[in-house]
Design a protein around this ligand. Structure first.
Ligand code: GDP
Ligand code: MN
Length: 399
């Protein structure tokens, strides 16, 4: 689950990290009021930022500065409703504009292969790190932190010096360690600050001082761990969730959409992966990864079927169930029910083995389902059905 910048910043603040103040506005009017507050507190300019779950808002025109409240209102009005990379902006962040001296990049990401936390830092901040990785890979400093110990002081100092943050060592160390603490506190996969910025602050007496702050924040939480953190679920922005992802989450299904034509319904993640591999080996392309979980009852099966069929590219379905906790006859009933409500007719090949396989086979035979004994046979039949449907579809278009 991706967090909006404002929510990510709240988590950073809760962990004691330096973040300039902000308010979230849903309308241009609210943005003007927020701006008035910052101007009367001494801001020379305010920044208005689209709150939308995509990167590169700056380049897309979703980050702008305003010099007085009415201008903030005008700009917020133009940003709200704007389309950025297919997402509609529904709210903006308003805050005092930072006087940026230099921008850096700093992120903590989960490194599964290393079973640890990877810190990535760069003096080339503000721009997309993916492009730095391509054009100037040496500019990215990488350091690993132990997931239990966190980032140790000497590691944080080493990272800060390597990034060219020696002049702001204390703050840089606190921020680097804070990213790891934040990551662990909320079970995040990613905590990214881009830009981490040295900003110039002018005091009431006109004296200036430099400060290191988190100007942008991106946090991705591990969906499987959200249940451990009461309150974080409320930060989910349903407006920005793909409809099929929302449907799957609400039905308790693990679903990942892919590009192929063969819908796969399987119980168990390992079996789902195997099924996809076999579909590919038989010459087909899976349309999705779908794990209906253990003990899936018929309503869940019907929901999974709706999800698969909502993808217009799907022209064949392969059902592969290993009955353990999940009873084969229950799944068979679910399939029969789902087919009777099915929006469109798509060939289906079913393989059910394990608990109550015989009952399942009898039910499926009675309902005239195409079944298969082995996984190889099931995959071959599904690929064949998909090819035939594809050819028929092409012929239809030509005629
Ligand atoms: P992103 O493009 O979605 O990553 O949004 P960011 O929050 O990173 O903003 C993009 C760029 O806008 C930053 O790299 C800065 O150069 C600029 N920017 C953001 N906030 C401020 C600010 O308060 N003052 C100034 N002068 N520039 C800002
Ligand atoms: Mn950014």
């Amino acid at each position: 689950m991706k967090l909006q910048e404002a929510d990510a910043k709240s988590l950073l603040v809760a962990q004691g990290l330096p973040v300039p103040p902000w308010e979230v506005a849903h309308t241009a009017e609210e943005a003007r009021q927020a701006a008035e507050g910052f101007f009367s507190a001494g801001a020379q300019q305010v920044v208005i930022k689209a709150q939308v779950l995509v990167g590169g808002r700056g380049k897309a025109g979703g980050v702008k500065l305003a010099g007085f409240p009415e201008q903030a209102e005008l700009i917020a009005g133009s940003i709200i409703g704007m389309d950025i990379k297919g997402m509609t902006v529904r709210k903006v962040l308003v805050g005092p504009a930072a006087d940026i001296v230099k921008e850096f990049y700093l992120a903590a990401v989960l490194d599964r292969a290393e079973r640890g936390i990877l810190l990535m830092g760069s003096a080339e901040g503000g721009v997309e790190i993916e492009s730095v990785a391509v054009t100037n890979p040496e500019a990215i400093i990488r350091r690993h932190a132990d997931p239990n110990l966190g980032l140790l002081d000497f590691q944080a100092r080493d990272l800060a010096f390597a990034m060219g943050l020696g002049a702001h060592l204390k703050a840089a160390v606190a921020i680097a360690k804070g990213l790891v603490t934040t990551m662990k506190a909320y079970d995040a996969d990613l905590v990214e600050i881009n830009p981490l910025a040295i900003i110039r602050e002018t005091g009431p007496d006109g004296a200036t001082a430099e400060k290191l702050v988190c100007l942008d924040a991106k946090i991705t939480l591990d969906d499987s761990a959200i249940a451990r953190h009461p309150g974080l679920e409320d930060l989910r922005d349903e407006d920005e969730e793909a409809p099929e992802d929302k449907q799957a989450r609400e039905a308790g299904l693990t679903f990942i959409k892919l590009d192929g034509t063969i819908g796969c319904m399987v119980n168990g993640a390992g079996l789902a992966m195997t099924t996809m591999d076999l579909v590919k080996r038989a010459g087909g392309e899976p349309a999705n990864f779908l794990d209906i979980g253990g003990g899936a009852r018929s309503d869940k099966v019907a929901e999974a079927m709706r999800l698969i069929l909502s993808d217009p590219k799907v022209n064949a379905i392969l059902v592969n169930i290993f009955g353990g906790i999940t009873r084969g006859d229950e799944v068979a009933r679910g399939l029969i029910e789902a087919r009777s409500q099915q929006a469109r007719d798509v060939p289906m090949v079913v393989r059910i083995v394990g608990t109550n396989a015989a009952e399942a086979a009898a039910l499926l035979a009675e309902a005239h389902f195409e079944t298969a004994g082995s996984l190889d046979e099931a995959a071959a039949k599904a690929v064949e059905a998909s090819r035939a449907a594809g050819a028929a579809g092409t012929a239809g278009t030509a005629a």
